[in-house]
Structure formats: structure tokens, C-alpha cells
Design a protein around this ligand. Structure first.
Ligand code: UT7
Length: 328
């Protein structure tokens, strides 16, 4: 029996914010954003939509694609840095909406690497315990609510969305979709990408709010350099562990933060440009959602066939990073 990807789903909110729109909000321009990041537009959730609402839409699609019901789920994992509330966890809100009453539920916070961490955890749970059959893993983010719309260094980068994967046991397969993983963290870099206030270290006060410490702060150039090395190293490791060459991949899906990072990683790995999946133009950086959005776009377009190898790699706050090699 294999543990395979049974279905995928994704969702982005209707509202589109273009680079032109941003020109009216901060001192920026389409040319700067396009050449430095590759981003042309991003989707922004409505005031009424929380992260679990975005996750819900992606989950419905993934469950339908997997041909299972919400009650068939044994576990729900949501990867997010923008939970509906501090607690309860966002997966519990989603469970209630789905009616997934048989699932246990928790969130994983590993920023942009969240979906990769979640795939590893879900696969391990299914492998370790024979009573678990199906796991729903979702990267979901409403980054617009932690973005300082007056800070041009960050507000042009981020967007909202959700990407879901159903991982489950299936008698018709004799392999596991999660073939190899290489996950990392380095807590010496916690300052590089963070929300400075609002947690137990620095609770929110009128002063922290006035200083914008409730929003995402990033030292972009430093993160950029570390991101390329981190994703290249992890990607090489999983290819090596699986005894595969980059040319044997059907697709390479790097975290969609910046087109220049994506191209630098692909070049160093010697992956042909036509194997590299890119949608950063349309969504910006959606953190934990990014890879799930890519996977579902490819899968929904019929581009992934059983047996295809797909390499995922991500990098984010923590710092966290890693790579997961999937066999579709
Ligand atoms: O998803 C988690 C991981 N995150 C990432 O991987 C993001 C990594 N970092 C990056 O993608 C890039 O570093 C950025 C896109 C954030 C920035 O690009 P950069 O080429 O590293 O630019 P920079 O930070 O070195 O800034 C260059 C200049 C600065 O002006 P001065 O100091 O040279 O005069 C900025 O003030 O560009 C200026 N700038 C802008 N100008 C117009 C910064 N943001 C903007 C803007 N519009 N939106």
C-alpha cells in the first residue's frame, strides 16, 4: 500500500492588487517591482475572510479531487503564520467548517517552509500509525493583515491564498509520494524576517502599534543571499538521496518569493528553465500557500501524471528551509 497524493486544491481571493494600484499607495513603481521581484499582481482577502476561510475553499477542491469526504480525514494540518486567532488553532476552525469530525487538528508554523514541514509530518503520521488513512495538509495565509501598507520595502511583496493537498493510503499504489525530504532551521537568524511585537516577548502596546511592530519586518538582501544557498543545498540533498538527476524531474517548484531567487536557484541546480514552475507574477509571495498554489495549478491543468517526480523547495522566516521530492 502506498501513501500518495490523492488530490489538490487551491484558492485565491477575488480582489487583485496590481503594481499600478501600489503606485498610488507608496513611493514605488511597476518597473522597480517587476525587475526586482517579478511580481505584477497579488490577491488580497476581504475584511470578512480569515485564513480558515481561504483554507476552506482550497480544502473543498482537494477533497473533491481526492474523491473522499471530510469525514474520511484523520488529521488536518494547516501551515500558516496568519492564524485566525492565537488560539484555538486554525485547523480547528477549518474542521468545524468542513464537518471533519473524525480528524485531529493542529497548525504548523514554519513560515514559507510550512507546507514542506507539514508534508513531512503528515507522511510520518500516516506511515507510523496504521489507523490513519487520510491527511489534509494546507498552506494558507492572509498576509495582507500583517503587511504594513505604508512600507514600500515589504508591501509590494506579499499576497493572500491557500493551497491544499490530500495525502492518503491507497492499495493501488506500491510507493509513497513523499520520496525524500531535507528540512532545516537556523534560529540564529530569527531577526531577519519577523513580526517584532504581539507575542509573549513583546506584547502589543500603544507604543508598539504606533511603531508598526505588528507588521512583517524583513532584511531583504540578507534573506535573499541565504535563501539561494539554502534551497540549492536542500534540493541537491533530496536528489542525491533518491539517486535522481535534475533532468529526470517533471517539474521543479521553488517557493515563489522573488523571480530572481527562483532563477538563481534553478541555475545553480542546472534545472532547465522549462521545468521550473513560476507563478510569482500573479500572486506575489504567499508564504506557506505558495507551493500548494503551484502544485494545484499544475495538477488541475493535468500536467502531473502518476510516477512523475516533482521537486519542491522553500525558504522562510526562522530561518527555516528545505526540500521535498515527490513522486506523483
Ligand atoms: O518568503 C520568505 C523569504 N523572503 C524572500 O526570499 C525575500 C528575499 N529578498 C528579496 O526578495 C529582495 O531582497 C527584495 C525584493 C525584498 C529587495 O530587493 P533588493 O534588490 O534586495 O533591494 P534592496 O533591499 O537592496 O533595495 C534597493 C533599493 C533601496 O534604495 P537605496 O537604499 O538603494 O536608495 C530601497 O529603498 O530599492 C529601494 N526600494 C524600493 N524602491 C521602489 C525598496 N523597496 C522599493 C519599492 N519601490 N517597493
Amino acid at each position: 500500500m502506498g501513501i500518495i497524493i490523492k488530490g489538490t486544491g487551491s484558492y485565491v481571493p477575488e480582489k487583485i492588487l496590481t503594481n499600478k494600484d501600489l503606485e498610488a499607495m507608496v513611493d514605488t513603481n511597476d518597473e522597480w517591482i517587476t525587475t526586482r521581484t517579478g511580481i505584477k499582481e497579488r490577491h488580497i482577502a476581504s475584511a470578512e475572510q480569515a485564513t480558515s476561510d481561504l483554507a476552506y475553499q482550497a480544502a473543498l477542491k482537494a477533497l473533491a479531487a481526492a474523491n473522499i469526504t471530510a469525514e474520511d480525514l484523520d488529521v488536518i494540518i494547516i501551515a500558516t503564520v496568519t492564524p485566525d486567532k492565537f488560539f484555538p488553532n486554525t485547523a480547528c476552525f477549518l474542521q468545524q467548517k468542513l464537518g471533519a469530525k473524525n480528524a485531529f487538528c493542529f497548525d504548523i508554523e514554519a513560515a514559507c517552509s510550512g507546507l514542506l514541514y507539514s508534508l513531512e509530518v503528515a507522511n510520518s503520521l500516516l506511515s507510523a500509525n496504521k489507523k490513519y488513512k487520510n491527511a489534509l495538509v494546507i498552506g494558507a495565509e492572509k498576509l495582507s493583515c500583517i503587511t504594513n501598507w505604508e512600507d514600500r520595502n515589504t508591501c509590494v511583496l506579499f499576497g493572500d491564498g491557500a493551497g491544499a493537498v490530500v495525502l492518503g493510503k491507497d492499495d493501488n499504489f506500491d510507493y509513497n509520494s513523499v520520496v525524500a525530504t531535507d528540512l532545516h532551521a537556523d534560529g540564529t537568524y530569527t531577526d531577519l524576517l519577523q513580526i517584532p511585537a504581539g507575542g509573549s516577548r513583546t506584547p502589543q502596546t500603544a507604543e508598539t502599534l504606533a511603531q508598526g511592530m505588528q507588521y512583517t519586518h524583513m532584511q531583504g538582501r540578507e534573506v535573499f543571499k541565504l535563501a539561494v544557498g539554502g534551497m540549492v543545498g536542500a534540493s541537491k540533498k533530496v536528489l542525491e538521496d533518491a539517486n535522481l538527476e535534475a533532468s529526470q524531474l517533471k517539474k521543479f517548484i521553488p517557493h515563489q518569493a522573488n523571480l530572481r531567487i527562483i532563477e538563481a536557484v534553478a541555475q545553480r541546480l542546472d534545472v532547465d528553465d522549462d521545468l521550473v514552475y513560476k507563478n510569482v507574477f500573479r500572486y506575489g509571495n504567499t508564504s506557506a500557500s505558495s507551493i500548494g498554489l503551484c502544485l494545484d495549478e499544475l495538477n488541475s491543468a493535468g500536467e502531473l501524471k502518476r510516477g512523475d517526480y516533482v521537486l519542491l523547495t522553500a525558504f522562510g522566516s526562522g530561518l527555516t528551509w528545505g526540500a521535498v521530492l515527490l513522486k506523483w
